[in-house]
Design a protein around this ligand. Sequence first.
Ligand SMILES: Cc1cc2nc3c(=O)[nH]c(=O)nc-3n(C[C@H](O)[C@H](O)[C@H](O)COP(=O)(O)OP(=O)(O)OC[C@H]3O[C@@H](n4cnc5c(N)ncnc54)[C@H](O)[C@@H]3O)c2cc1C
Length: 462
Amino acid sequence: MTVHRSLWLHESLASETATPLLEGKARADVIIIGGGYVGLWTALRIKELEPSCDVAILERDICGGGASGRNGGFVLTWWPKFPTMAKMFGDSEALRLVRASESAVDALGDFCRENAIDAEFTQAGWLWTATSSAQMGAWEAVVRASERLGLDTFIRLSPHEVARRSGSPVHRAGVVERKAATVQPAALVRGMRNVALRRGVRIYEGTLVRGFARERPVVVTTDSGTITADRAVIAMNAWAASVQELRRSIAVISSDIVATEPIAQRLAEIGWSGGECITDSQMMVCYYRTTRSGRIVFGKGGWGIAYGAGIGPALDRDAGRAHLVEADFRRYYPMLEGVSISDDWCGPIDRTMDGLPLLGRLGGRDHILYGIGWSGNGVGPSYIGGRILASLALGRTDEWSQCALVDRTSRSFPGEPVRFVGGNVVRTAVITKERAEAADRRPPWLAVQLAKLAPSGLEDKE
Ligand SMILES: Cc1cc2nc3c(=O)[nH]c(=O)nc-3n(C[C@H](O)[C@H](O)[C@H](O)COP(=O)(O)OP(=O)(O)OC[C@H]3O[C@@H](n4cnc5c(N)ncnc54)[C@H](O)[C@@H]3O)c2cc1C
């Protein structure tokens, strides 16, 4: 069966040579399971720190076949989670991590430049907006926290300016975060893969890991062979829900995207020509940006919920959910009537309860590490994930292996079938609430109460 690929991957999978399958028995110093941003940043960082380390990446599909080649390409910082981080880790560690996430945006741009990767890196900021009265001021706690620290992270915009920059008066208010960027996500991940290959990382694409022993050395079993290593890194994103120890840490939900045909002239007419990426402030967030070829890529998180670790074809593409996303696009940009949708796709999100990633030692074993739970904000932060996981894999004691994200615990999700049934009830409540709010109606009381049970989203709210 052919896999449904994102527009981004179609644009990026040009003329690369395939990597071999893992066959028979092999050995490596470090095995990484998963060839997305997290796995690749980890491999690249290990090679930077210890060039002689023998690193192998095992990827069931192609590098970027998961979320890294399908996402919206928003390169955001952790500022929207600053209040949560400050509560959990204290102000100074929270600020250190948020600052690191800002540096990650720059580092990503530098990496592309230095390695001649044309990932369309564009640093034009993030417009964090309200599209209903219920969303007004959703950013206040975060913006005020930054202002209290004397930082000019966000620029407060007049309602007129928000509508002008976004190209639609649906946007009633908002702020812009200057640091954020956009990328063509698949060009980035495929570029990273090629740099990793050049730096001596062994990559086995098309190699599905069936399981791994917990003893040291780690023996990993694939469909066609086994590979033994001193250390293993689980960088499997939502697929990590199949790992016993991680099962209850994440819930797998969908994020769905539609892309328009190229409409550069229409974008210029409506005034959305600054390259900003935009979100509204719904729990089921709408996120949208323009591309270099003049398309709008418009996505929404949270329509679909997977049962356990069941990641099937409906998490590659789902026509019904794509229609719902298109409806939001049409609602936000009614003046673009007649513009057609050329592509749609989706992918799985590894949502944690608090919206922050989980990195650490699997069941306390320092030879099996994991970095999961990016919760829909992984393009920029995965760079930090790579630094943390590389330091852990090399047994180093440094600012990364000792940061507050390592070995932290987060509230667990219930086991199945409660998670799936409960998740759908809560999701229905969120939809009911947000539909009422979009129409500036008061949502039903029960929907409001049930919606409070939803895991924390992309951003912190008052
Ligand atoms: C539609 C969508 C839109 C998004 N938009 C944004 C955005 O705009 N900004 C943002 O910051 N984040 C966004 N995200 C999230 C972001 O894409 C992820 O957080 C990020 O890509 C995570 O990287 P990763 O390496 O952990 O995951 P992945 O790229 O998914 O990599 C994990 C890899 O592991 C492989 N794998 C899994 N199981 C096995 C196995 N058993 N054996 C071998 N290989 C295995 C998978 O095939 C996959 O390639 C979005 C996600 C989706 C799905």
